[in-house]
Design a protein around this ligand. Structure first.
Ligand SMILES: [Zn+2]
Ligand SMILES: [Zn+2]
Length: 347
């Protein structure tokens, strides 16, 4: 049985440092994205849990509709029964009966993105200690074309590979991570973005980077660059696209059919000198190794003290619907601190 730890629910993503006006002007898509993520961060835990349930039911129904009954069944079983370790007010750990591992499953996606954070955060911190580099969040976009998701993903990844070979890139960037996000416009045209945590060696003129991106894509100069002040928040921002590669609420049967063909496509990776650094990284040499997000509630059992309030923890068996109601109960308690006030250690 796999373990899912919800300790990171005690924290809320911190907004990234706002970039200068010059960097963000005239990019309506990116502005909308910011508004959307701000809106999302205001939802309560119960609302988010309910949305995950609805997303899964929507996906399961679509799967059954296109003859993928087994996938539909897996999605419905995934996280349907939960062993919850709680003090009554905080949840220290959730262990699901079953995980479907489907890439669009919001519950499995959360676990996957948490795993990536726990793996890469210590490496990023060590990298930042070793080298004189500054982390930035770079979003590379492409023009809309009539093509499949697979084609648009290949187009943007190929352009990024070309970009990395250019002397400009080598001079200013010392590697990082990338994640792929898909969007679809009103006309049904696919569109991929690369979200990059890049380690910048020194400042450069954003217009230079724009012209470099135009040179390798042939038709796109749209990008966004902003400094990352908190590397944990910066990484979290980027890996969320691994758990939410696209907007599933607008997903139809054809989208699911097409997505199933993407089975082996990589959605996250490392590049440049950071990639080599990760290969040689030994967590046991690192102070941060025991400071990851999951360590907060790892090895907890019934009777242990709640990491947040020290009250004893007990086991609850809940269905996924019960969990939503449990969250609602906690949220309605007077004096419960609003989400986002408490930060996990290691951030
Ligand atoms: Zn799942
Ligand atoms: Zn507690």
């Amino acid at each position: 049985m796999k373990q899912v730890t919800l300790s990171t629910d005690f924290t809320k993503p911190q907004p990234l440092t706002v970039s200068s006006k010059a960097e963000t002007a005239n990019h309506t898509y990116l502005d909308k994205r910011v508004t959307k993520s701000q809106r999302e961060s205001k939802r309560t835990r119960s609302q988010r849990a309910r949305e995950r349930l609805q997303t899964k039911e929507h996906l399961a129904a679509l799967a059954v509709g296109i003859g993928e009954a087994e996938l539909g069944d897996k999605l419905r079983r995934c996280h349907s029964r939960l062993a919850v370790l709680t003090c009554g007010l905080h949840i220290a750990q959730i262990i699901p009966n079953f995980t479907c591992e489907f890439r669009l499953c919001p519950d499995c996606g959360r676990r996957r993105s948490r795993k990536l954070q726990n793996k890469y955060l210590p490496m990023m911190r060590a990298f930042l200690r070793h080298y004189h580099v500054k982390p930035v969040h770079l979003v590379l976009t492409q023009t809309h074309r009539k093509e499949t998701r697979k084609q648009s993903a290949k187009r943007i990844k190929d352009a990024f590979t070309k970009l990395q070979r250019r002397s400009f890139w080598k001079e200013f960037f010392k590697g990082g991570t990338w994640s792929l996000e898909f969007t679809k416009d009103k006309n049904g045209l696919h569109h991929a973005h690369l979200h990059i945590v890049g380690f910048r060696r020194k400042f450069f003129d954003i217009e230079l980077l724009r012209s470099e991106w135009l040179a390798v894509t042939g038709d796109s100069h749209v990008l966004n660059l902003k400094p990352i002040s908190d590397i944990a928040a910066g990484l979290r921002e980027v890996v969320k696209y691994v758990s939410k590669p696209l907007d599933i609420r607008r997903f139809g049967a054809d989208d699911l059919r097409e997505f199933l063909k993407l089975k082996n496509m990589r959605m996250f990776g490392t590049f440049g000198e950071f990639r080599d650094f990760c290969k040689g990284f030994d967590p046991s040499d690192n102070d941060d190794a025991t400071d990851d997000l999951e360590s907060l509630s790892r090895d907890l059992t019934e009777g242990c003290a709640c990491p947040k309030c020290n009250e004893p923890l007990f086991d609850l068996r809940l269905s996924n619907n019960d969990l939503v109601r449990f969250y609602e109960g906690i949220e309605s308690m007077p004096g419960e601190s609003p989400p986002g006030k408490v930060r996990a250690k290691g951030n």
